[in-house]
Write a protein that binds this ligand. Structure first.
Ligand code: T3D
Length: 263
């Protein structure tokens, strides 16, 4: 019997999505990309869901594409462009566009598309024992899942090239010091910290946080003038939310705000 390759669990205010093929280090087997996309879409459709926590089952986070799927058709030349278009690009777009913070708890090795899936999330925590590997060059491929775009922006030109061309493992501490992730955490504390963050973010002004994501994503390609215009427009929207009024009222009342997260 095949187990669910992607698990989704509802907690108070947030969902936990777990990649679940531990015997294959949660590498993406056939159908798994679609399952993950469904789980992300379901979180988006759930109005009570205000944060998402992505992690992996077992000792790995995700080893990227399941390479045995390609090997299953010997003699045929695979069209990897088509599989990227169908499988990976929609995932990256959905993760970036989710109108809520996405926390990634990298519980173990993250290789190939698995590493770049993590980097596409909003706040990345990693177990100190975890490693990030741009494994693509070892098999003649290029960084996908947004990696060729993200790596130079996160780590700078020299480090992006080193990671992509050498495909050497990067420790979680190195990833933190290079600015690729938010924090490296002792293994035993990783999931508690990830849940604490998700639970906290689920009480925050979700619509405002979604606008922050939008502004920061747009800043990657905008010049200053366009970004100033965008800040004007997005701040206009933020200022019309009930959470803004509540935040200001709570400040003057010297109490904890009660945000609803709605626009
Ligand atoms: O095809 C397309 O659609 C194009 C898209 C490509 C996107 C990509 O992600 S390309 C990159 C694919 N990933 C890799 O190249 C990484 C391959 N894996 C590894 O290099 C190593 O497994 C790790 C460094 C990640 C971990 O090493 P280690 O020593 O901790 O574990 P292991 O023993 O290598 O792996 C454990 C098992 O998982 C093992 O199976 P076994 O021997 O116990 O039966 C191994 O074969 C399996 N496994 C790990 N990664 C994959 C995998 N099986 C299939 N595909 C994998 N990617």
């Amino acid at each position: 019997m095949q187990t669910d390759m992607v698990l989704s669990e509802t907690r108070a205010g947030y969902r936990v999505v777990t990649l679940n093929r531990p015997d294959r280090l949660n590498s993406f087997g056939a159908g798994m990309h679609a399952k993950l996309l469904d789980a992300l879409a379901a979180a988006e459709a759930d109005k009570t869901c205000r944060a998402l926590l992505l992690t992996g089952a077992g000792r790995g986070f995700c080893a990227g594409q399941d390479l045995s799927d390609v090997a299953a058709t010997p003699g045929e030349t695979p069209d990897l462009g088509a599989t990227i278009e169908t499988n990976y690009n929609p995932l990256v777009r959905k993760l970036r566009d989710l109108p809520m913070p996405v926390i990634c708890a990298v519980n173990g090795v993250a290789a190939g598309a698995g590493a770049n899936l993590a980097f596409a999330c909003d706040i990345v925590l990693a177990a100190r024992s975890a490693k990030f590997i741009q494994a693509f060059a070892k098999i003649g491929l290029i960084p996908d899942c947004g990696g060729s775009w993200l790596l130079p922006r996160l780590a700078g030109r020299a480090r992006a090239r080193g990671m992509a061309l050498l495909a050497e493992p990067l420790t979680a501490d190195q990833a933190e010091s290079w600015g690729l992730i938010w924090k490296a955490i002792d293994d035993a504390a990783l999931m508690d910290e990830a849940h604490r963050l998700a639970a906290h973010l689920a009480t925050q002004p979700t619509a405002g946080l979604a606008l922050i994501k939008q502004a920061l994503d747009a800043a990657e390609t905008n010049d200053l003038d366009r970004q100033l215009d965008l800040e004007r427009d997005l701040q206009g929207r933020a200022g019309r939310t009930a959470d803004y009024a509540e935040g200001v009222a709570a400040f003057f009342d010297k109490r904890t705000p009660r945000f609803t997260g709605r626009t």
